[in-house]
Design a protein around this ligand. Structure first.
Ligand code: SF4
Length: 375
């Protein structure tokens, strides 16, 4: 098995919806992103901490990416996994635990393999847990093709030992306060593998099928230049607005439906064009590079303090409390809750208009209007 899977489970959502994206993306270089490197550092630490709990030898990884925020997210995930491990020990005599488990689903699609963050197999349940450290888009376990592929791979290993009754999939996304679990029966999962994954996967490997844009385009390497994606958004301009002069409520709702994706697409194309201009000197007709606005900065804080004091100014320093995360780290979770728990609150989030498909619970229109007036 090579290191690189042509049909990577992490891109499965995109491949199943837009099969020819696989071959189209192969002409682009891999994108290096700081977020991905930070994510890998977080996963490595989680792996170490879980192995430590399982008493498996492991060396604590070192990385410049270990910020308080990342450590807190990893801690939350590790606590969740440890709970699941302990629960599995209570319900099964010989559970199997595997961290960073290689999973192979090439029985369904050639060159389809990946790594599941955590796998817990008991005599009844095969549980796949996926840590997502992204802060951008919430991802859910229900019908998630990446996890379903891991599920198929794990099932073929687990069924050698146990009569698995449930394949359980969990996505744990601590930085978005988002975690979801979804169960599927092994036969239903295998049917999906045969009826959906196999044919769509074969199409993807051949570059066959139709290009289809949607929210899966977000991480596609072709997203900035893809014609299908551009056509989808340019359709918006073709909305036929008839008289009278003002848009109707239905027409505004139509615009709202596409505006979120439309603005993301526009900013992707903009970022791509800007990067081409700055890094590769590309010139775009009608555009130029300029220097952005910037704020004044002290060239040396020591020298500034010295000069200000010498001139007789005393009140030049201010002190402020460390952040909640730093305080919690300083005291430890338990002490923090004991000493400061009653002094910490979570302000209400800003009220936002989102599509109906968003998983958050809707708030009542009258309450929203009243709160807006109070602000
Ligand atoms: S940008 Fe979207 S439509 Fe275009 S190839 Fe990629 S996934 Fe398909």
């Amino acid at each position: 098995m090579g290191a690189h899977a042509r049909f990577s489970p992490s891109a499965a959502h995109r491949r199943l919806n837009c099969p020819p994206s696989l071959v189209l993306e192969e002409q682009f270089q891999d994108e290096e992103s700081g977020y991905a490197a930070e994510g890998s550092a977080g996963h490595a630490l989680a792996e170490h901490l879980i192995k430590k709990h399982l008493k498996v030898r492991s060396k604590r990884p070192v990385s410049d990416y270990y910020s308080d925020d990342l450590l807190e997210a990893v801690d939350e995930y590790v606590s969740y996994v440890i709970n699941e491990i302990e629960e599995a020990k209570r319900t099964c005599k010989a559970p199997i635990f595997s961290v960073e488990q290689r999973v192979d689903a090439s029985e369904y699609v050639d060159e389809c393999f990946g790594t599941a963050d955590m796998v817990i197999v008991t005599d009844k349940v095969a549980h796949i847990i996926d840590l997502k450290l992204g802060k951008g888009v919430a991802v859910f376990a229900e019908e998630n093709p990446q996890l379903m592929i891991y599920g198929l791979g794990i099932l073929s290993m687990a069924e050698i030992l146990y009569d698995v009754e449930i394949v359980r999939m969990t996505i744990f996304q601590p930085r978005l306060n988002n975690s979801s679990t979804w169960d599927i029966a092994p036969d239903d999962l295998k049917n999906w593998g045969e009826e959906v994954l196999k044919p769509r996967g074969a199409m993807a490997l051949m570059g066959a099928g139709d290009f289809k844009s949607g929210n899966w385009c977000r991480f596609c390497k072709a997203r900035n230049q893809c014609r299908a994606r551009a056509e989808q958004f340019l359709e918006l301009a073709k909305l036929e607005f008839k008289a009278p002069a003002l848009l109707s409520e239905e027409e505004i709702a139509e615009v709202l439906k596409v505006s979120d994706e439309l603005s993301k697409w526009a900013s992707d194309v903009y970022a791509y064009a800007q990067e081409q201009a700055i890094v590769h000197g590309k010139e775009w007709s009608g555009f130029k590079l300029v220097e952005g606005r910037s704020n004044r900065k002290y060239s040396s804080e020591e020298e500034v303090a010295e000069a200000a004091m010498a001139a007789g100014y005393k009140d030049i320093y201010k002190s402020s409390l460390v952040t909640i995360t730093e305080m919690e780290r300083l005291m430890g979770k338990k002490e923090f809750n004991k000493i400061l728990g009653h002094l910490v609150y979570k302000p209400q989030g800003k009220i936002t208009l989102v599509p109906e498909s968003d998983k958050r619970e809707a708030i009542n229109n009258t309450t929203a209007a009243a709160e807006f007036q109070e602000d």
